[in-house]
Design a protein around this ligand. Structure first.
Ligand code: MLT
Ligand code: ZN
Length: 474
């Protein structure tokens, strides 16, 4: 999935010397300066983004991170920040010889203020681990995504992660209260705080959401968490047209109200792809054109069950759905979610993959898939799954081998189509290196100039994550 980027030249950064390595060893300890066997850091998890680096530094604290960045700023050494390395746009993969700064050892502190539901935790803590610790206290992380077993909370903030519960709990902007950031000069800055309400100035902590390491390294996060739902119910509907999917979304909003937590779409081609490549069976015996996965989070299983059954019955009665199944056990719920959460894995097994993550007004959400199919004909297979409730489509195109011609045509076609239909070229995966050539699409000159100026304030020597989301000054 390497981007068809315009050719890049290495920036005017210093090359790493042995005295630099000695300094780093004194700062973090020699075991945490890795120069060999670093493929797990220089490649992304799909192994399709391959970069190179002279060393990986794994500090254990904010202070060590600050010492490293002060030094790198002075010496003009380029640095790429890496958390769980689960991203999908190559944002954490170095391009030339940037140092990799991994946050995985900054993972000791975890403090929940139970009366307010405010959690302060180190940025390197893995999302699923944080959720596990919260479960003991009756709380839950408000965000959930397929990569939860490896992604780190700081990385989630820097990526602006969305996931499968955003419909219910809102984006990270609803949860992030404060964070500790080490900027590109090595300065430690506390942004925001731990109050749920604080309107004393600009909400600076929110600048880090989706910042992709451009402004600094997030080392600690303070955020609101939510009560763990007592009842979680799940159902799947089989649907014959996209317009019916939209009517079902409206019906779900009105019938399920505040307990509606996920409204996910899998199209018929994706479901066939899942069945072709993975040992998971469709829960419906007959194939259908669309499948919707609906989850509710609530506090009373009986009430929630009644609401969900009523919704499914009305969907079937009004012939908006062709078939419907509610999960009667945890195993059935897991089965339904595997169909959705493993859709990207199935698509990746289907051939050479071109991935897209776009936001679209709902009326255009599925038209993009149809137009892409029409354009590509038999040249490629086109799949769509995603967070329909949030207007976030994951369009995936696969070919038997890498197709240079198709690669050149596809991204400009998709991104121009999206922007001309009022959408965004990145809903939740970011820009990284995959979308760098398109990063200015849909943005005004004034906004780009403001973003560049902010970058200059936090990282005046532009050592952090070069060649990616924020265009350089020239
Ligand atoms: C998902 O929703 O499954 C993820 O964002 C991953 C992906 O689209 O590949
Ligand atoms: Zn997604």
């Amino acid at each position: 999935i390497r981007s068809a980027t315009t050719s890049l030249t290495r920036g005017n950064f210093a090359k790493i010397s042995s005295s630099d390595l000695s300094f780093f060893e004194r700062t973090v300890g020699s075991s945490y300066v890795k120069t060999k066997d670093i493929d797990n850091y220089t490649c992304d998890w799909t192994k399709q983004m391959k970069g190179s680096s002279k060393c990986v530094l794994i500090p254990s604290s904010t202070e060590e991170t600050s010492t490293i960045l002060k030094y790198c700023a002075e010496k003009r050494i380029a640095v790429v920040v890496q958390a769980g390395n689960t991203g999908l746009v190559g944002g954490a993969t170095p391009l030339f010889d940037e140092i990799i700064l991994s946050t995985s050892r900054i993972n000791n502190n975890f403090h929940l203020e139970e009366s307010s539901g405010v959690l302060t935790l180190d940025a390197g803590i893995i999302l699923a681990d944080a959720d596990y610790l919260l479960a003991e206290k009756g709380f839950m992380m408000p965000l959930d995504l397929g990569a939860k077993g490896s992604c780190q909370i700081g990385g989630c903030i820097a990526a602006g992660a969305g996931g499968i519960r955003l419909l219910r709990y809102g984006s990270l902007h609803s949860h992030l209260l404060g964070c500790t950031l080490v900027d590109g000069k090595g300065t430690i800055i506390k942004l925001g705080g731990s109050l749920r309400k604080d309107n004393t100035s600009l909400h600076t902590a929110h600048l880090t959401i989706g910042s992709e390491g451009q402004l600094g390294v997030i080392t600690s996060v303070t955020m609101g968490v939510v009560p763990r739902p007592i009842s979680i119910l799940c159902a799947m509907l089989a649907v014959s047209s996209y317009s019916h999917c939209l009517r079902l979304l409206s019906l779900a909003r009105s019938k399920l109200g505040e307990i509606l937590s996920s409204f996910e779409l899998i199209d018929g081609e994706t479901m066939k792809c899942v069945e072709r490549h993975l040992p998971i069976k469709n829960i419906f015996n007959e194939p259908h054109d669309f499948y919707l996965l609906i989850e509710t989070h609530g506090s009373n299983g009986d009430h929630d069950g009644e609401k969900l059954n009523e919704f499914v019955e009305e969907a079937l009665g009004a012939e908006l759905a062709e078939d419907g199944v509610a999960a009667h056990s945890e195993n059935e719920r897991t089965h339904m979610w595997r169909l959705r959460e493993e859709s990207p894995i199935a698509a990746a097994k289907d051939g050479y993959i071109y991935k897209f993550d776009v936001s679209l007004p709902l009326e255009h959400f599925y038209r993009l898939t149809e137009e892409t199919r029409k354009k590509l004909g038999t040249r490629a297979r086109v799949y769509c799954y995603g967070h329909l409730g949030d207007g976030n489509s994951h369009l995936n195109v696969t070919t038997d081998g890498e197709d240079e011609e198709l690669k050149k045509e596809l991204s400009p076609f998709v991104y121009n189509w999206v922007v001309s239909h009022g959408g965004s070229i990145s809903a939740e995966h970011g820009i990284g290196q995959l979308k760098r050539d398109y990063r200015s699409l849909g943005k005004s000159e004034e906004e780009i100039s403001l973003i560049r100026s902010l970058k200059g304030v936090f990282d005046p020597h532009r050592i952090l994550c070069p060649y990616k989301m924020i265009p350089s000054q020239e």
